[in-house]
Write a protein that binds this ligand. Structure first.
Ligand code: 5RP
Length: 292
């Protein structure tokens, strides 16, 4: 293990140079994967745009009934025509979402905290690979807490899921958690996303930040961007646009969609940015026209 002395600051990200090892796949880092893995990833990432609109409604796994998600059975089906991938818990999916749907599934498999805890960084692998197979999951989502008290446990969780995922050809989505003490800087996100990618995930979820294109360049698998707390729609669309422009292969928004007064139109506007090359201003115009 290299020592920490004399660390030089990484700086050559070659952000204008495309990833060099696509190997005939349109998905970054998939060249070395087998057919089944690549098939699952193609369910998540649209072959034309290479991107995905992932709708996150897994908040209940530690937040309970979240504002805007009080009735999963009502809220989620309304949005399904406008998103590519459902990110939810097995409990939410099985009870509230009709199985007869053609959407990709990002299955939340880690758990262990609740809003009653100060430290949310101690999780376990709560869903085994057999149930991920039963649910035809296209990826398994594991929260990782780099720099937090629960770091080692979360990386052990991640490794177990990655190992099982390789065994049964189901991709793993490594989720970068940002606790109250964790800095939302490119320095932190470069560290966290690269650790997770080197652990062997097939995709990473993180947050938008300054120098985001360097975070993307340093990460050898696709990055999707979480929305974070509810923003005014214009700001959320700008964040989405900047994420895609910075090289993200999609958005995984939850609160910025389900807490919007016009969730359907917001999902549609995000889709315009993700799949149709809209700018944030064009998407905002679309949104404003759609709600009036
Ligand atoms: C909740 C999650 C969510 O999937 C992720 O944070 C995206 O949701 P939002 O856009 O509301 O942040 O991991 O624990």
């Amino acid at each position: 293990m290299a020592d920490k002395d004399g660390l030089k600051i990484a700086k050559d990200y070659h952000v204008s140079e495309p990833f060099a090892n696509m190997g005939g796949s349109y998905i970054k880092g998939a060249a070395g994967l087998d057919w089944g893995m690549r098939k699952h990833l193609s369910h998540i990432f649209d072959p034309k745009s290479g991107n995905t609109v992932m709708f996150a409604f897994d908040h209940g796994y530690f937040m309970g009934s979240t504002a805007g998600l009080e009735r999963l059975d009502i809220v989620v089906p309304k949005l399904m025509p406008y998103i590519d991938c459902l990110m939810g818990t097995r409990g939410a999916l099985r009870t509230c979402i009709p199985a007869e749907n053609r959407k990709a599934v990002a299955l939340r498999v880690s758990s262990g905290s609740s809003m009653l805890n100060d430290d949310l960084s101690h999780e376990v692998v709560a869903v085994d690979i057999e149930d991920a197979i039963r649910m035809n999951a296209d990826c398994m989502a594991v929260q990782t807490f780099i720099g937090a008290d629960g770091q080692l446990q979360s990386l052990d969780n991640l490794s177990r899921v990655i190992n099982a995922g390789f065994k049964y050809s189901i991709p793993t989505l490594g989720v970068v958690a940002v606790g109250k003490d964790m800095e939302r800087t490119d320095r932190y996100f470069k560290l966290a996303t690269r650790i997770i990618a080197e652990m062997g995930v097939q995709m990473v979820k993180t947050y938008y930040c300054d120098n985001f294109e360097e975070v993307v360049a340093a990460c050898p698998v696709p990055i999707v961007v979480a929305g974070g707390k509810k923003l005014p729609e214009a700001e959320a669309l700008t964040m989405a646009y900047r994420s895609i422009q910075g090289g993200a292969r999609g958005l995984d928004m939850g609160r910025n969609i389900f807490q919007s007064d016009h969730a359907v139109e917001m999902a549609q506007a995000i889709g315009k940015i993700v799949h149709e090359g809209f700018t944030d201003k064009e998407a905002l115009e679309f949104y404003q026209d759609a709600i009036h």
